[in-house]
Design a binder for this molecule. Structure first.
Ligand SMILES: [Cu+2]
Length: 173
C-alpha cells in the first residue's frame, strides 16, 4: 500500500511538473515560457511568456541565451506601422515595470531564436537562461507547442529578418 501511494505521489509530481510551468525569481513571476514547432525550412523560432514584477522597482530583461538551439536569441518588438508589420530588436532589453505584467506574445514583444541549430519539435522543450538586470539569471524551459500555420506564408515578420541584422552588430558597448 505504501508503495502504491509512493508511486501515486511520484505520478502526481511529474504531472504537476508537466503542467505547472512557472518560475519565480526574486520579485519576478515568469509564466509559461512557450515556443512553437517550426515548419520545414523555417530559420527562426519565437519565444513567448508573461513576466510579472511584484516588486516596487522596475527590472529589465537584458538578454537571453539558449545555446542548445541558437547562438543569438534576440528580444524583439513587433508593431504595425502604416499597415505594415515591422519589428526591431530591443538593444536595451525589455523593461518590466514595477507592479506590471509584460506579455511576450505573437504580434507584440517576443523572443526570437535566430538561426536555429535544429527544427523545434512540438512537445519538446528549449532550455534557456533569462538574464534580468536585478533578478539575475533565471533558468527556464520553453515548451514547444504546435506550429503556427501563419508562419508558412512568408507574410509574417520572420521573412524580414535579414534586413534587421545590423541592429545588433557594431554597438558593442
Ligand atoms: Cu521577431
Amino acid at each position: 500500500m505504501k508503495r502504491i501511494l509512493t508511486m501515486l505521489a511520484a505520478f502526481a509530481l511529474s504531472t504537476a511538473a508537466a503542467f505547472a510551468h512557472d518560475y519565480t525569481a526574486g520579485d519576478l513571476f515568469i509564466h509559461h515560457p512557450a515556443s512553437r514547432a517550426t515548419l520545414p525550412g523555417q530559420p527562426v523560432g519565437g519565444g513567448f511568456m508573461t513576466v510579472t514584477n511584484k516588486g516596487t522597482e522596475a527590472d529589465r530583461l537584458v538578454s537571453v541565451t539558449a545555446p542548445d538551439v541558437s547562438d543569438d536569441v534576440q528580444i524583439h518588438e513587433m508593431a504595425v506601422t502604416d499597415g505594415v508589420m515591422t519589428m526591431r530588436a530591443l538593444k536595451d532589453g525589455l523593461e518590466i515595470p514595477a507592479g506590471a505584467t509584460v506579455e511576450l506574445k505573437s504580434g507584440g514583444f517576443h523572443l526570437m531564436f535566430m538561426a536555429i541549430k535544429h527544427p523545434l519539435k512540438e512537445g519538446e522543450r528549449i532550455k534557456a537562461t533569462l538574464n534580468f538586470e536585478k533578478a539575475g539569471p533565471v533558468e527556464v524551459e520553453f515548451a514547444i507547442g504546435a506550429a503556427n500555420p501563419a508562419a508558412s506564408h512568408g507574410d509574417d515578420h520572420h521573412g524580414a529578418h535579414g534586413d534587421g541584422e545590423n541592429d545588433h552588430g557594431g554597438d558593442g558597448q
